[in-house]
Design a protein. Structure first.
Length: 163
């Protein structure tokens, strides 16, 4: 069962990586085009700031779960570094589960707020401002999957990566 879960999560991670690459490429293209138009033709695109901001938010929130997978997020190990191996594993397990619960609550609340504000559009585009919140919800759901995997598969991994 864990193997199937991990394989599905690997495919989701690959899709997230490609989405991050696409969002970054789109953001770089839009901003570059905006700069070129401003300085070469003395004109600009009304929508470039909003599109580049939306792509930036999506690239960041899609990358967060990938950082969780790799143990790349900042951690403070002043206390944890002094603990014996068994308490480190238990603490790692507890923190993985607590973080998964926090991300699940974040997902739930973000979906609720996105529903309530979905009819608000960006000023220059006929696009809902809720798309910013969808990125947060996707991040939270994907993060829950990784935190559950960390708790299930290797409770000491987070602590080991921090050290």
């Amino acid at each position: 069962m864990l193997r199937l879960y991990s394989a599905a999560l690997d495919r989701l991670d690959a899709a997230a990586r490609w989405a991050v690459i696409a969002a970054m490429a789109g953001m770089i293209s839009v901003v570059s085009m905006q700069v070129a138009l401003r300085y070469l033709l003395n004109t600009s695109l009304d929508w470039s700031d909003e599109v580049s901001r939306l792509l930036f938010v999506w690239s960041i929130f899609l990358a967060i779960p990938l950082g969780i997978r790799e143990g790349a997020h900042v951690g403070i190990d002043l206390l944890v570094g002094r603990l014996p191996a068994a308490p480190k594993r238990w603490l790692s397990l507890a923190m993985s589960l607590a973080a998964a619960v926090v991300m699940a609550v974040l997902f739930y609340e973000t979906v609720a707020v996105a529903r309530e504000t979905w009819d608000e559009n960006l000023p220059t585009l006929d696009v809902s401002t809720g798309w910013f919140l969808v990125a947060v919800a996707v991040c939270a759901a994907h993060s829950v999957l990784h935190l559950v995997q960390l708790a299930w598969r290797a409770p000491g991994r987070i602590v080991a990566v921090i050290e």
